[in-house]
Design a protein around this ligand. Structure first.
Ligand SMILES: [Zn+2]
Length: 386
């Protein structure tokens, strides 16, 4: 079958998976301090390789990522042989790889220029969110994306405080973004889209934006269910995504694909909507369309790139098969994936990565964990102290 397309993630965060779970305001109280002190190029490269192994082992062949030191993510994707849309994250207050916005923009520009034209790795710009990048900077990014002819990735309408802020000022987060002329455009890949109503969906469609839907990570955060079925029904390109390993934990697309139609059926209160075939489309061709790669990958068709996986049917969870789509969506698990190919080249062979030594990458992660443990324990203590 076609390889899965993971339409939104932050792969280097595999280093922090499982740290400080189940706390309020985790982004501001845990994640930002963690990143400021621990994220360095070496950690990004090694944690990415680790995460790419987990993704390929569960059948993902293409992913969209936004993080810091994104050049290291690109280098790791190159080593693994995977296909990717990669955005250097931009944030007003500075980041682990840039002390201020303009330095971040310069870093992003260099990153785009270094990787543009690569046959599997497509660089882009990734402003973090409407609440961390102001309107003037979003305008600068819009112009820069136009000049460089690249995509823009952004978290949209994910947070309750973000929704409150922009609903008060502009009616909704989407309406606020639309007030920045030309920002909502076919270049934009919007992740999440939780706080959107039918008017926002119509606006998204009319501006030609694309959406990455992260049902498992959103559910874990206790957020509203994205109206993904309605977005897809409106004709908006819709892909599925794990989100980062800190918020989504499992990096396998099966976990996401399994919960996606279930949550939509719950949200709409209708069993018959979102068939297994439609769900699987979102994890493959829909994701390819969301990444602007629909003409190249996402389905097994003559003329497309040979990105595909081999799945072992000879297992207790896979039989009997009456409907291939139902099996792939509801029964298949990561361990059923046997091999993966990207652009005709085998990147996973009988559950071993061909591009690097996965045992060495596992050992490296144990060393990273050793280095991060004291810092994470310190945050846990601070959280306990309130
Ligand atoms: Zn994200």
């Amino acid at each position: 079958m076609p390889g899965f397309v993971n339409a939104h993630t932050h792969v280097p965060m595999s280093a922090f998976r499982g740290a400080c779970e189940d706390v309020k305001d985790r982004l501001l109280r845990v994640l930002f301090p963690l990143e400021r002190d621990l994220v360095r190029p070496g950690l990004v490269y090694r944690s990415t390789l680790y995460c790419l192994a987990e993704m390929a082992l569960s059948g993902t062949t293409t992913f969209a990522d936004m993080y810091y030191f994104e050049d290291q993510v690109a280098a790791a994707a190159e080593t693994a042989g995977m296909r990717a849309l990669l955005g250097e994250t931009l944030i007003d207050l500075g980041s682990p790889d840039a002390p201020c916005f303009s330095d971040g923009l310069a870093y992003a520009r260099d990153f785009v220029q270094a990787w543009k034209g690569h046959k599997r790795i497509r660089p882009c710009l990734a402003p973090h969110a409407p609440y961390t990048v102001d309107a003037a900077h979003l305008g600068v990014i819009r112009d820069e994306a136009e000049r460089l002819d690249v995509d823009v990735m952004l978290h949209v309408a994910e947070m309750d405080f973000e929704n409150r802020q922009f609903s008060q000022s502009h009616g909704s987060v989407m309406k606020y973004l639309d007030s920045i002329e030309g920002f909502l455009s076919p270049r934009l890949l919007a992740a999440h889209m939780l706080y959107v109503d039918d008017e926002d969906i119509a606006l998204a469609k009319s501006r030609g934006i694309r959406v990455a839907h992260c049902p498992a990570s959103n559910a874990k955060s206790g957020r509203p269910i994205c109206p993904a079925w309605r977005l897809a029904r409106a004709g908006i390109p819709l892909g599925l995504a794990t989100d980062g390993p800190l918020s989504g934990n499992g990096m396998d697309m099966q976990g996401v694909l399994n919960i996606f139609p279930k949550l939509q059926k719950v949200r709409e209160g209708r069993r018959e909507i979102l068939t297994a075939r439609e769900a699987l489309r979102a994890a493959t061709l829909g994701g390819a369309e969301a990444l602007g790669m629909g003409a190249e990958i996402g389905s097994l068709e003559a003329g497309k790139k040979a990105d595909f996986i081999l799945v072992n049917l000879d297992d207790f969870n896979m039989q009997p098969v009456y409907d291939w789509y139902s099996t792939a969506v509801y029964a298949m698990r990561p361990h059923n994936v046997e091999s993966a190919f990207v652009e005709g080249r085998q990147i996973l062979s009988e559950r071993r990565m061909t591009g690097f030594d996965q045992d060495e990458v596992m050992a490296e992660m144990m060393r990273i964990k050793g280095n991060c443990s004291a810092f994470i324990a310190d945050i846990v203590t601070k959280l306990a102290d309130g």
